[in-house]
Design a protein around this ligand. Structure first.
Ligand code: SIN
Ligand code: CO
Length: 375
């Protein structure tokens, strides 16, 4: 269990999305939840996204996994990065929990890096907020101010930014946390062989949102409204697009997102979809509802699958969005919301499920999909 040693209100007021900061000993007596050989093991898997970054004769190199060998990591100056480890490693997943003071829909994934001395990915700017937790070893970090800096490809798969002056220059030790809002240039180099854990937060930009929303419209809108102009009047200037014509085009374009509520079916699905593969293991034999109750009676805890995203909207509390799908919890919103709000559920479910067949059926279905599993 990781406990954040942080005044959360002060952090949100002063730093969240506003400026980078070092949270010295954010985790007291920090112990790494994963061993270097396990990180290497995950980087050998097809299902995970991994990268190896190092320099050769002064040139940056970046290779993509899966890897079969790690000789580069025997040398100084190399970093192995593995994405979405929280989806595959339950102990590492625990590191995401302390950050649930931020909403589920903003949390992206847990990326882990293993670096040999001098290892780092070079100066760069991320388009997400990140908490970088120092595990074993020490790493020297520099963070610059949010200014327009030139960005370029240091290698086909490695975007760097121009050199910057540091507003934070620090050596992190185990349990220290560096918070970097999106857009601030940074670079970190291992002083000693080092593990870093990056809890990332996604914030889609206009282009991400519009392209996803239009894809959704194309997939779901079978009778899209067409621009029409039955009131056409004789005009003198055929070259001109008139104001009311542009207004009507604008209205037709926005008709499917004219109110915030209209975004919900799309946004709920889109934001609850995992960007990286999940380690879904459906039970060999589907559970019967009764067996779920029995397991709860026997003290089972049900854990939400690592990386599974579950959300609901304030305006439509009876709809749940889980892993890109919409589920109905009308009449048992308390259960539905509890599943979204908690990483782990247990005996407190019993009373909610025994009283409501629909609630029990939905939870059984979610367990049978492999989304929650008993321990
Ligand atoms: C790393 O851990 O090497 C990279 C983390 C980052 O800069 O975002
Ligand atoms: Co970064």
């Amino acid at each position: 269990m990781f406990e954040l040693n942080l005044d959360i209100n002060d952090f949100l007021d002063t730093y969240w999305q506003k400026k980078p900061t070092v949270i010295k000993q954010g985790f007291i007596d920090f112990e790494d939840p994963i061993m270097p050989d396990e990180i290497a093991g995950l980087a050998m898997e097809e299902d995970l996204e991994s990268r190896l970054v190092y320099q050769k004769e002064g040139q940056w190199q970046a290779e993509s996994g899966p890897f079969t060998s790690f000789e580069k990591l025997e040398n100084d100056g190399a970093t192995l990065l593995v994405q979405a480890v929280d989806h595959w490693h339950p102990d590492a997943q625990e590191l995401v929990r302390p950050f649930r003071f931020l909403p589920n829909w903003r949390i992206d994934d847990l990326m882990i890096s293993y670096s040999t001395p001098k290892g780092g990915v070079g100066p760069h700017i991320d388009n997400y907020d990140v908490f970088i937790i120092q595990g074993v070893g020490k790493r020297h970090w520099r963070v610059g101010d949010k200014t327009a800096l030139a960005q370029f490809a240091a290698h086909g798969a490695l975007k760097h930014c121009a050199p910057f002056d540091a507003i934070i220059d620090v050596e992190l030790e185990a349990g220290d946390i560096l918070y970097i809002p999106c857009g601030y240039p940074h670079e970190g180099y291992a002083v000693e062989t080092s593990i870093n854990y990056s809890v990332g937060f996604r914030a889609p930009d206009q282009n991400d949102l519009l392209s996803s929303f239009t894809d959704y419209c194309i997939d779901t809108n079978e009778s899209p409204e067409r621009y029409s102009d039955r009131e056409m009047l004789l005009r003198e200037k055929p070259g001109k697009i008139e104001t009311q014509e542009l207004n009507e085009l604008h209205r037709v374009m926005l008709a499917n997102c004219a109110t915030p509520e209209m975004l919900m079916p799309w946004f709920g699905r889109m934001i609850s979809e995992a960007k990286h593969d999940l380690d879904i293991a459906e039970p060999e034999q589907p559970h019967a509802p009764q067996s779920i109750l029995e397991q709860l009676e026997e003290g089972a805890q049900f854990i939400r699958l690592g990386g599974l995203r579950a959300v609901y909207f304030e305006q439509t509390p009876e709809l749940l969005f889980i892993n890109g799908e919409q589920f109905d919890c009308e009449g048992f919103t308390q259960l539905g919301h509890h599943l979204c709000d908690q990483d782990e559920v247990g005996s407190e479910l019993y009373d909610l499920l025994i009283e409501d067949k629909n609630a029990l059926n939905l939870f059984t279905h979610l367990v049978n999909l492999g989304y929650w599993y008993a321990v």
